[in-house]
Design a protein around this ligand. Sequence first.
Ligand SMILES: *[C@@H]1O[C@H](CO)[C@@H](O)[C@H](O)[C@H]1NC(C)=O
Ligand SMILES: *[C@@H]1O[C@H](CO)[C@@H](O)[C@H](O)[C@H]1NC(C)=O
Ligand SMILES: *[C@@H]1O[C@H](CO)[C@@H](O)[C@H](O)[C@H]1NC(C)=O
Ligand SMILES: [Cu+2]
Length: 425
Amino acid sequence: MRATCLAVLALQAASAVLGSPVPQDQEDGSSLVVTSDPAVDLEQLQTLAAEALQKAQEGVSEDEAARKKRGDTSVDKRSDPPCTLLNLKIRREWGALSKAERTSYINAVKCLQSKPAKTPAQLAPGAKTRFDDFVATHINQTLEIHYTGNFLSWHRYYVWIYEQALQQECGYKGTQPYWDWAKTAVTGLESSPIFDGSATSMSGNGAKIDNQPDIVLGASTGLPPVYLPAGTGGGCVTSGPFKDMSVNLGPVALDLPGGTSAGNPAGALAYNPRCLKRDLTTKINQKYANATAILSNILNPKTVEAFQMQMQGIPGSGNIGIHGGGHYSLGGDPGRDVFTSPGDPAFYLLHGMIDRTWWMWQSLSPITRQFTSSAISGTNTFMNSPASPNTTLTDFIDLGFSGGPNRQIKDVLSTVSGPFCYVYI
Ligand SMILES: *[C@@H]1O[C@H](CO)[C@@H](O)[C@H](O)[C@H]1NC(C)=O
Ligand SMILES: *[C@@H]1O[C@H](CO)[C@@H](O)[C@H](O)[C@H]1NC(C)=O
Ligand SMILES: *[C@@H]1O[C@H](CO)[C@@H](O)[C@H](O)[C@H]1NC(C)=O
Ligand SMILES: [Cu+2]
């Protein structure tokens, strides 16, 4: 059944890119057997997703070979190499990596932090390193990449270009790992392999600051604010590979109590070297980004609009979504700052998980959710403020000095076509 559906997908993928109308696909999530354990269901979904997309890709390749045989070159317009099982890359959860693999990832991140920036100093005086190029790009575009039509696709391409930089500029042989919040909600952040502060972690908590007030989110918007508990750290990170790293850019909006933003008065892109701060808050992880929350975000939304809103938290709903749950459970500076958050190297593991969640959701209805105009929804500005045009499949993603080339959104909607060839395990 599934194979037939996927062969159809192959044909439709090609026609979607060429602009012809695409017939409806079938929901492909029917093979999921929902159990009483959301963690088990998520594992199952992941396996189904990898399977569905791999088979789809085989279909695409077979189809291409057949067309070539007939002398039909109409699909050869795409410049990217086909994604096959031979070049498929696997992204894995941090805890599933060996210690040697974790160390090589950490070393590559440190390598990016030691190479000079490509961003011209007059554009972003605070961008000192290649790592900072990514932070500067994100700060510069924050209001056009969150609560927008490109939120998911922009961050997918951004994390991939970061992964490419680690590989091509710093000799990293592995892939971008991810932080599975379902796991850390159970173990607690402080004792997880990502944040336990060991030499093979992404560094641990910040130094403990006593009596930190609750965080109040959205106090200035007129909507009911969300109160988040303070965590178990709050100060400078004291352990692990990144304890001496310098955070060079921002902050822009730390959402301090009372609705004050605490941005750097010298400017968002000014040079402002300081320690990396964290405030690990397992309670936030448990409340907003547990296995049930992730599963519900994958199974319930039927449109991408609903999917991305549930993920980012519907303002005024009191729920910050799994995206917010991940970010605020890390906390600190720049972790808690929507603009500057990629300045904490754990950001890329967090957004690996965002991408993985989207990928699982897409695999449940692969045609509609990867290859049609229903794959995206939203406008080009944060909550459409100020009002802006709807995002379209042919809009470009421009990652500035982080890397490129600029890519149209339609080319980054599938992890197994266009420039990409990866799945999650
Ligand atoms: C910020 O965005 C503007 C407009 O796209 C661009 O011209 C500029 O180069 C960007 N700055 C950085 C630091 O990327
Ligand atoms: C798990 O997440 C859901 C959805 O956010 C929430 O309603 C539930 O209370 C959470 N469970 C715990 C134990 O906090
Ligand atoms: C923009 O998208 C909304 C929601 O999907 C839709 O109702 C509206 O017609 C679109 N506007 C244009 C100009 O296409
Ligand atoms: Cu972001």
